[in-house]
Structures are given as C-alpha cells and as structure tokens.
Design a protein around this ligand. Structure first.
Ligand SMILES: Cc1ncc(COP(=O)(O)O)c(C=O)c1O
Length: 396
C-alpha cells in the first residue's frame, strides 16, 4: 500500500480553504483541520472506478453502507450500534444546525428562547452557527489543569454547568474528542455530564469527528456509549472525513439511540432529504471502512511522530513556550502566553514575523487568547520549516 506521508504535495490552486483562502497570502499554512497527506489510494481508486461509469444519476444507498459503518464503529470503539439508529448526514456542522432547527424551531413559533451551551475554548462553529441562527450561546468554560505553572489539560466545570442551566438552556454541544485541546474525555467525566444533562433536560449534541484518531495510550469513548443516561440524552455525529482526509467529499453520519429523539430527527432528515448521500460519499466511506485499517494505523503513527517532533523542538529550542500534547488527532494547542505579549503582538509575531498561518486561539473563545492551534497533519519537512520559522521569530 502506498502511503508516503513525507511527500510534499502542492495544494495551492486546488480550491482548498487551507492554501487558497486569500488571508493566507504567502504564509505557510498549518491551520484548517485537514491534512496535507494524499487521500489513500484505495479511496481514490474506488472513486475512479465509479467514474468509469458515465452516468451520474441519482444514487441509491448501497445495501452494505450502514452495515459497514456499524462494523467499523464496533471494531474501533467497541460500541454496538443498531442499524436503525444510524443515518447519513451531509456534514457535521450542518448537522448541528439541523438538530437546532428540528428540535428548537417549531414551525409557527417565532420567539422561542433557547440557549445553547458550549464549553470554550472550543471549535468556533459551535458558537457561530447557533448565533447566526438566532440562538443565544452561553459559555461554561473548561477549567485549565496546570502542573508547575504549565497547562497540562482541561476538565469540565460541572458546578458552573449546573448553575448555568435554567429553563431556557436546552442543548449542549460537546466536542468529543475535544478540538482544539485534543482531549479524549475520560469515561467518568462523560458519565457525569450525561447525568447532569438528563437531570436538567438538556440535549447533548456530541461531535465526534476526531473520534477515530485517538493517539497512543488514549481511548475515545463515544458519548452515547458511556451510560444509559448518555444514550438517552444525545445525538452523536461521526465521520471518516478527518481520518482519511476526505472532508471535501462530505460523508458523515449520525447515531441516535433514544427512540423519541430518533423518530423526530430522522423524520426531519427524511422529509428534507438530508439523509440522501451523494454517489461519492458512500463510495468513499465504504472504501475507507473496509480497506483503511492499515493506512489509518500508519497515519496515526506518523502524526504521533510529528507531535513528538514539536514537543522536542519546543523543549530544546523554544522553551519559553509550551504545548498541550494532544490525546487525539493532529491539532496541537501551543501556549504562547509565557512570552508576555499582548494578543495583537502575538498574532503579528506568528503571522508576520514567523510567516505562519495558524489558528489564533482567541477564535475558540476568550480562554484561547495567547494560544495558537498548530495542525501537524503535514510532512515532517514542512513541520520542521514551520517550527524553525517560529523559533527565529520568537528568539529574534
Ligand atoms: C470538532 C469539529 N467538528 C466539525 C468539523 C467540521 O465537520 P464537517 O466538515 O463535517 O462540517 C470540524 C472540522 O474541523 C471539527 O474539527
């Protein structure tokens, strides 16, 4: 199997957000959460094979599509999902919008007051999407965990959450594993969250797009699998898109064990035809989940090596800053606060002096100010160049 993660592939001019977005300019982009590795051959070959047939009419969901997903979910997460609990959705951010519309926008009811809880620092569309749709977003910030003055993790603030919930707070969006901090939430923490949400009647949307990328020594727990309460109060979203670098193909799915939530949500998906996958989404998912085990293992090993590289580089050459080592996925949370610079000066340092385009931590909530999110899903030579640029800018 060909999987040369060291190969530098030019993506400029391919219409990709990461390189072609005008703000990036000529900076080295290590931001948007897709990887610079080639999508694996077995997926590209499956798509090419479908392209051999010249008719691209309406697709029918292949008979084995859901079965293959269930088998994969069982083998990766040891989670038993019933075939009738799963449906295709056209993207996870869109899925969040669909849940909000389906459950909290009753036709004809104009002025529903619904508050959406997020736990920043967290993936910014969790805030932006509800706000743009007229929902109020309330924050229960994660609590930093520190050792010797260094950030080593975050935990959920259950006291804060309990106080925050009132009769209007109806839904919480969970990033599991967590983006941007790369946390694989411990089972007990998810169980406690579920307990509180059931007690308070809060629906949990569990975004598990990075679920297949738990790193060495860590395990991802699908939220709905941790307890009966969690299964009862949640709608889960998963996808092969991050793991196999096929975000542009759009191939996500939802799992809903609770029959009442499921009936309502699946009827909504069905009536809007949102659960009709495109030809290529089923082709890509089937190829990924039937042929992708070896590639996934190799990719995770490479990503882990890149994280080691960044950790060692910072320890040896820019010890003024630190990293929160991710437990899942290819996003690294860099802590630049010890440099003691104001936010705008830090952005100037990273973007103008170092010439890097990273995600400014402040976009994930004010708690992210002073941090940057570095995407290490790239060839090691590119990462080395980026770290050297950062070193030069900081040490200058
Ligand atoms: C936590 C998280 N959720 C959702 C998405 C986007 O998912 P989709 O492209 O399916 O909307 C991303 C992409 O970066 C992400 O990191």
């Amino acid at each position: 199997m060909k999987c040369d993660f060291d190969e530098v592939i030019s993506r400029k001019g391919t219409g990709c957000v990461k390189f072609d977005c005008p703000e990036v300019g000529d900076r080295l982009p290590l931001w948007v959460a897709d990887m610079d590795f080639a999508t694996p051959d077995f997926i590209l070959d499956a798509i090419k094979e479908r392209l051999e047939h010249p008719v691209m009419g309406y697709p029918f969901v292949p008979e084995n599509y859901y079965r293959v997903i269930l088998e994969w979910v069982k083998s990766i997460h040891d989670w038993d999902v019933a075939p009738e609990h799963i449906r295709y959705i056209p993207g996870i951010v869109k899925g969040i919008g669909m849940v909000l519309s389906c459950f909290f926008r009753e036709p004809g009811v104009e002025s529903q007051r619904v508050k959406v809880i997020i736990q920043p620092p967290v993936y910014h569309p969790f805030r932006i999407l509800p706000q743009k749709n007229g929902f109020e977003v309330v924050c229960n910030p994660l609590l930093p965990v520190e050792q010797d003055g260094k950030l080593v993790g975050y935990r959920m603030d259950f006291d804060g959450l309990e106080k925050l919930i009132d009769e209007d707070t109806k839904v919480l969006i969970l990033s599991n594993p967590h983006n941007p901090a790369g946390i694989c939430w411990p089972k007990e923490e998810l169980q406690e969250l579920a307990h509180l949400c059931v007690k308070k009647g809060v629906l949990v949307i569990s975004d598990e797009i990075h679920a297949e990328m738990a790193l060495k020594g860590y395990r991802h727990y699908p939220f709905a699998s941790v307890s009966e309460e969690a299964a009862a109060c949640s709608i889960t979203f998963m996808a092969p898109s991050k793991t196999f670098n096929i975000a542009g193909i759009v191939s996500s799915y939802t799992v809903v064990p609770n029959p009442e939530l499921r009936d309502k949500f699946f009827a909504y998906l069905d009536s809007n035809e949102f659960d009709n996958p495109s030809i290529f989404s089923t082709v890509a998912t089937l190829a990924a989940y039937t042929k992708g085990r070896e590639w996934r293992a190799g990719m995770l090993e490479y990503v882990e090596g890149n994280i080691d590289f960044v950790e060692e580089f910072i320890r040896d050459r820019i010890p003024q800053i630190s990293i929160l080592r991710p437990q899942a996925s290819f996003l690294v949370w860099l802590d630049l606060r010890p440099l003691g610079l104001e936010h705008d000066r830090l952005v100037e340092l990273v973007q103008d002096k170092a010439g890097l385009y990273l995600n400014d931590g402040a976009m994930f909530g004010e708690q992210g100010t002073g941090f940057f999110r570095l995407n290490v899903g790239c060839p090691k030579s590119v990462l080395k160049e980026a770290m050297e640029k950062l070193e030069c800018a900081i040490n200058a």
